[in-house]
Design a protein around this ligand. Structure first.
Ligand SMILES: CC(C)(COP(=O)(O)OP(=O)(O)OC[C@H]1O[C@@H](n2cnc3c(N)ncnc32)[C@H](O)[C@@H]1OP(=O)(O)O)[C@@H](O)C(=O)NCCC(=O)NCCS
Length: 224
């Protein structure tokens, strides 16, 4: 099981933080964080329910992380293992995460796939999202997996959709010409874009696009 204690900085003030696996008694708080983190126009149908969270902590508890700041849960990140084949990279969020229920979790999979990451709005920009990502990289290394992978929302795309394609939008972010609240965050956390996927997730702001982004385990050596 995972437990990391450290300090985050609120301006110049160190505040104690812990990243640990989440448990059954954290569920009400985690659901509240989802509601705050994914406000309309995001569909409430996509917020966690108790059954999904129960599956996370029973099927792959190592992939169920939350961050506490001064004893309060401020965010969470969840993953499952899949056997990912780069020859067939097209997928939807619903298919690859079993709609967030992760009943398709494959303990022998080569890839830790991100189901969700969210940080409570009042705790943003403290570096917590990055700490959660770095902690999931620890899990990838610990389990000897090839990579972490996930589809990033691109919630700033709707503002540019009549000017450029989703691919051009991603390219402009990578070139530093544009910033996106999620894609720029993921780039700053060390994730590398692989491709844009259409109809990835029902998400008005992203015009249903997702940017598949990878982090490769630097220690991984192929067994074949
Ligand atoms: C995306 C999210 C998890 C980021 O969490 P956070 O704790 O605020 O991010 P951090 O403070 O760890 O930021 C890490 C880096 O990303 C950058 N970053 C964070 N938010 C950003 C934004 N809106 N625009 C540009 N850069 C941003 C930070 O500047 C920081 O850069 P640095 O490490 O070089 O200083 C949070 O905004 C969130 O919960 N969003 C809503 C839910 C969501 O859409 N999740 C993604 C699902 S794919």
């Amino acid at each position: 099981m995972y437990r990391k204690e450290f300090y985050v900085f609120d301006q110049d003030r160190p505040v104690s933080a812990v990243i640990r696996n989440y448990k059954e008694n954290d569920f009400p708080e985690l659901i509240r964080i989802q509601q705050e983190s994914f406000p309309p126009p995001f569909s409430p149908d996509l917020w966690w329910n108790t059954e999904q969270l129960h599956n996370h902590v029973t099927l792959f508890p190592e992939g169920a992380l939350c961050v506490e700041v001064d004893g309060e849960i401020a965010g969470s990140m969840t993953g499952l293992l899949v056997d990912f084949d780069f020859k067939h990279p097209e997928h939807t969020w619903e298919e690859i995460t079993d709609n967030g229920y992760i009943r398709n979790h494959n303990p022998d999979g080569n890839t830790l796939y991100v189901v969700d990451i969210s940080v409570r709005p009042s705790y943003r920009k403290l570096g917590l999202g990055k700490w959660l990502l770095l902690s999931m990289y620890d899990v990838v290394i610990h389990k000897g997996l090839e990579r972490l992978l996930g589809g990033g929302r691109m919630p700033g795309y709707y503002k540019k959709a009549n000017e450029m394609t989703a691919e051009q939008y991603l390219e402009a972010i990578v070139n530093g010409e544009l910033k996106d609240p999620v894609i720029t965050f993921l780039l700053r956390c060390g994730r590398i874009p692989v491709k844009v996927i259409a109809d990835y997730l029902e998400d008005k702001e992203s015009c249903n696009y997702g940017a598949l982004m990878e982090w490769k385990n630097p220690f991984y050596t192929s067994k074949s």
